[in-house]
Design a protein around this ligand. Sequence first.
Ligand code: CMP
Length: 147
Amino acid sequence: MKNREFTFTMIKPTAIRFGKLVPILDEINHAGFAVIAMKMTRLSKAQAEKFYAIHKERPFFEELVSFMSSGPVLAAVLQKENAVQEFRKLIGNTNPQSAEEGTIRKKFAISIQENAIHGSDSDQNALIETNFFFNQFEIFSNNESFL
Ligand code: CMP
């Protein structure tokens, strides 16, 4: 598979708690992304620490880990040309106050931490984050194994 064709996303606990899961998936669908893997799961604190290990020195790390393990998340792998960049445009700035009108975070985020959705920031991280949640038997495109 060409790395540039896919990205990883995770819809965060408060977005799910407040009934925004389907509306967010609708936005993703309308933006032309194909879902090639998807699962709803709940992260343990240890798993959330591992997923966000890159932020472990940041002052918000502990709170982020508590938040991300506070309820179910929806993890998915999405396919589109230039997926990482296109998806980051769709979700908008990390801080919803700075996110452009029409972006998912502008519409659905509560705060910079509870910002509704995660999107990979590079092709390399898209692969790492996909492998964190999915194995090769769980990723499909048009009924064919994607890998
Ligand atoms: P995400 O795109 O998942 O990547 C790292 C996450 O850390 C980010 O979204 C936010 O949920 C959280 N985050 C980033 N910056 C801050 C901040 N200044 N305060 C609290 N949480 C933050």
